[in-house]
Write a protein of this length. Structure first.
Length: 290
């Protein structure tokens, strides 16, 4: 479907939003962290795509701690799926026996980073033992503070992304750790072939890895999407926004289908979170400002 300029949605590249601030609104109505966690609608899907023989992506939903994770493995043979699965398994092991009310949000974020670094050491040791070069995985996570749901944090390594859909606008919240991004090229630019798909940071390439954290202000009704590059490389930003604006019954199924119809060149993994509450509307007292 051709996109019209007057459609009620838009896609805003990260460089146009990274300095924006949002006026506070009333906090989300939440009685207990467990109650709020159950109110979040979660859709998730992973697909091998049309061209690959193996699915080297992995995803995790650790709802009790408000944590959602996507990992995109690399390394050939079964190296990529080992790496991505290791990241998800380690995070599940870290949090599965930890009561949510025994840890604050900041400590939870620290634990996530510690788990990712543990995974990096395990993956590197496994790669050395198999003599596999370049074995590793991206990681992207989104964590919402269940005690104070107006706070969230995107965490990432590599080029898997978090997006936010708010007021009919879709924007990325993370900046890729990639050669193209670090050279100042965005999706609208013609990326040279030698830069395409080259990431500058990954879990498992070294024993220690820096996990980038991006604080996120959360409003009632916000929608967040985590995805591997197999999704956004197949669907340009405005078309991604169009899928959200159409409000399909299962948005992840629609996103994966759209990516496959566009070629499905890579594995496709996506998680969509719909937070409780009425979606924020633009008015004179509540609008995104410079």
């Amino acid at each position: 479907m051709p996109l019209q300029e007057d459609l009620a949605f838009r896609y805003v590249p990260f460089h146009e939003t990274d300095s924006l601030q949002t006026r506070d609104v009333d906090a989300m109505d939440v009685n207990t962290p467990d109650t709020f966690a159950r109110q979040i609608r979660v859709f998730s899907r992973t697909d091998v795509g049309k061209r690959r023989q193996r699915n080297e992506d992995a995803l995790g939903v650790i709802a009790r701690h408000g944590l959602y994770v996507v990992a995109d493995g690399m390394g050939g043979a079964d190296g990529g799926d080992f790496a991505s699965k290791q990241v998800v398994d380690d995070l599940v092991s870290t949090f599965q026996n930890l009561p949510p009310d025994e840890i604050c949000f900041e400590d939870r974020l620290d634990l996530i980073c510690e788990s990712i670094n543990h995974s990096s050491r395990v993956i590197r040791e496994e790669a050395d033992s198999r003599e596999i070069s370049g074995m590793g995985t991206t990681f992207v996570g989104f964590c919402v503070d269940l005690e104070n749901p107006s706070r969230g944090c995107a965490l990432h390594v590599g080029d898997s992304r978090v997006y936010r859909y708010r007021r009919n606008t879709l924007c990325p919240l993370t900046t890729d750790h990639s050669l193209a991004a670090e050279s100042g090229l965005d999706e609208s630019a013609a990326i040279p072939l030698f830069m395409a798909g080259v990431i500058t940071r990954a879990v498992g390439v070294k024993c220690e890895v820096e996990v980038e954290r991006t604080p996120v202000h959360v409003l009632p009704g916000d929608t967040f999407m985590l995805c591997s590059d197999g999704l956004y490389n197949m669907i340009p930003g405005p078309e991604l926004a169009a899928v959200f604006s159409s409000h399909p019954e299962d948005i992840t199924a629609e996103l994966v289908s759209t990516a496959n119809n566009a070629g499905g060149f890579d594995n496709i993994t996506v998680i969509v979170l719909q937070l409780p509450g009425a979606p924020p509307q633009v008015n004179s007292m509540d609008e995104t400002i410079h």
